[in-house]
Design a protein around this ligand. Structure first.
Ligand code: NG1
Ligand code: MG
Length: 519
């Protein structure tokens, strides 16, 4: 059988909201080497299942350029999709029994073995987060998609289609660039399309954020937003307050071609295990800072959409409203809340539970049940001033970074260095005030800067994970060589070439999720 061809012309008429839009250069979305990977995927699918797929869903990994640990405070962030992605080829097939089934394989079957499982007709499929299987991420997207279809079709007799599925992902797993969001989004998209449903980006986002929690991860929303909404060549200015919205921010031309490099530290901070002392604790500290600042200024906060219901953005808004300054530019609003944080929150070694409870005029058990029980938190001291200062200043840096990109047709050297400085300041703040870096990440950033980056910082949750660097294309060779010699080979002399090849990813802002029809 001849290898099926990929339809490179997006079919904007039927699933316009997911396909590349008209103003995009759709031919540029897929380069010749990527086409080769797609062709291999189609050929593998055909030889495996004896028929070609109908659709290929794609969703990319993401990098957060700036705005770290502020999405759950409902402040704006600036991530973008990167060129590594998850491709899922799918075909709806006849069921061979009363129940539908899923046959799923991966192009690397040694690493990711094939599975086959039944789809219960009226109940949800089960996922065991304790059992770490690659197929869980597909199941998470499948679960979200089927729930969505059941609700939409308002009919319990909705019969999901049996599917043949083949997955090809090249986002390094566990590397801090959201292979999970890429996989879950692509899976949901593939299942929806195979069941004849054209989903909007907003619906896909909402269901993917909830789906990923089924795998045991609390998600702030930034990762899925970047994977779904990004557009090639643009950063995705993502807002969570007062509502979710996105704006595509171009990276203007410069004399030197600007590139982003992602470099893994290979230090893993397993969220499931460390969250009570790290990620969750930061969420709690920010919430407590917001509540303390509000109490100190006679403000009663209404609940918002953040995980614990009281975000720093919410306090900021109410404080500025009280001062009748809501028409002021956001930058000067932030300067005002930075000032009152320094005046009001203690610079001591952090607050105890008793100290916070006293100021809030509640008991310690009340404090614990209201703010420290939604998920486990382990801490003696709560560094409210440092965490709040990081968030407000990081939010300011996001605005400054975006303004610097937006106010010009061409980035001159001065502007480029200013952008790099904001990235470096973000790293310094993550290192000191937010305490979410680690010696290895600091080391990578220093090596990279010495070798010629404009700016280097951690990206994602931190405590290890991934770093992002802004550099001229002409310095890529020097920086990757320096990182290889001075970081990877030094710290991990035993590392295989295969792993080393996954350590660094070079990418320009890339396209978010899309779907291709196979003709
Ligand atoms: P990572 O750990 O890189 O997936 C996490 C959160 C984000 C955001 C960043 C910090 C999840 C799935 N993602 O990213 O929402 O809060 O940390 O900016 O938890
Ligand atoms: Mg993730």
């Amino acid at each position: 059988m001849a290898s099926p061809q990929l339809d490179l012309v997006p079919q904007t008429d039927d699933i316009a909201n997911i396909y590349a839009t008209d103003e995009d250069n759709s031919a540029g979305v897929i380069s010749p080497d990527i086409q080769a990977r797609w062709s291999r995927l189609l050929a593998r699918f055909t030889s495996l299942y004896n028929h070609p797929p109908d659709w290929v869903a794609r969703s990319p990994g993401r990098v957060n350029i700036i705005g770290e640990h502020i999405d759950y405070n409902l402040y704006d962030v600036l991530p973008t999709a990167i060129s590594v992605d998850v491709l899922i080829a799918v075909k709806a097939v006849a069921s061979d029994g009363p129940e539908a089934h899923i046959a799923i394989a991966n192009v690397s079957p040694e690493r990711f073995p094939s599975h086959r499982f039944a789809l219960p007709r009226e109940t949800d499929i089960e996922i065991n987060p304790a059992k770490h299987e690659w197929v869980n991420y597909f199941k998470a997207g499948l679960l979200g998609a089927l729930k969505f279809l059941r609700q939409r079709q308002e009919s319990i007799s909705f019969a999901p289609a049996s599917l043949d599925v083949l997955v090809d992902g090249n986002v390094p797993p566990g590397g801090g660039i959201s292979s999970s969001a890429a996989f879950v989004c692509a899976s949901a998209l593939a299942v929806l399309k195979a069941n004849h449903h054209d989903v909007s980006k907003q619906d896909l986002l909402d269901l993917a954020v909830v789906s990923e929690r089924a795998v045991g991860v609390y998600s702030g929303g930034m990762d899925q937003a970047a994977s779904i909404f990004s557009t090639q060549g643009y950063l995705l200015y993502t807002r969570f307050f007062p509502h979710f919205s996105v704006q595509h921010v171009p990276v203007p031309k410069a004399d030197k071609d600007i590139t982003f490099l992602m470099a893994q530290s290979f230090i893993t901070s397993n969220k499931a295990e460390t969250a009570p002392r790290r990620y969750n604790l930061r969420v709690a500290e920010c919430t407590l800072a917001a509540v303390m600042l509000a109490k100190g200024h006679g403000i009663t906060l209404e609940k918002d959409s953040s995980s614990l219901g009281f975000s720093l953005r919410n306090f900021h808004h109410e404080f500025i409203r009280q001062k009748d300054r809501l028409d002021d530019p956001l930058e000067s609003q932030l300067d005002a809340v930075i000032q009152i944080t320094m005046d009001f929150l203690s610079a001591e070694e952090g607050y105890t539970r008793e100290g916070i409870a006293n100021q809030l005029e509640i008991t310690v058990p009340e404090l614990e049940s209201r703010f420290l029980s939604a998920f486990p938190v382990q801490a003696e001291r709560f560094r409210l001033r440092q965490r709040a200062l990081h968030c407000f200043k990081e939010a300011r840096r996001v605005l400054d970074f975006k303004a610097c990109l937006s106010n010009t047709q061409k980035l001159d050297d001065g502007r480029i260095h200013y952008l790099g400085q904001l990235l470096n300041e973000s790293q310094a703040s993550c290192q000191s005030d937010y305490d979410c870096s680690c010696p290895e990440v600091d080391d990578i950033c220093s090596i990279a800067r010495r070798a010629g980056t404009w700016g280097s910082r951690l990206t994602g949750a931190g405590w290890g994970g991934c770093t992002v660097h802004m550099l001229p294309q002409t310095k890529v060779e020097a920086v990757t060589t320096a990182l290889r010699d001075e970081y990877y080979l030094k710290r991990f002399p035993e590392m295989s070439e295969e792993r080393l090849a996954e350590a660094m990813v070079i990418s320009k802002p890339s396209h978010g999720s899309f779907m291709y029809a196979v003709l």
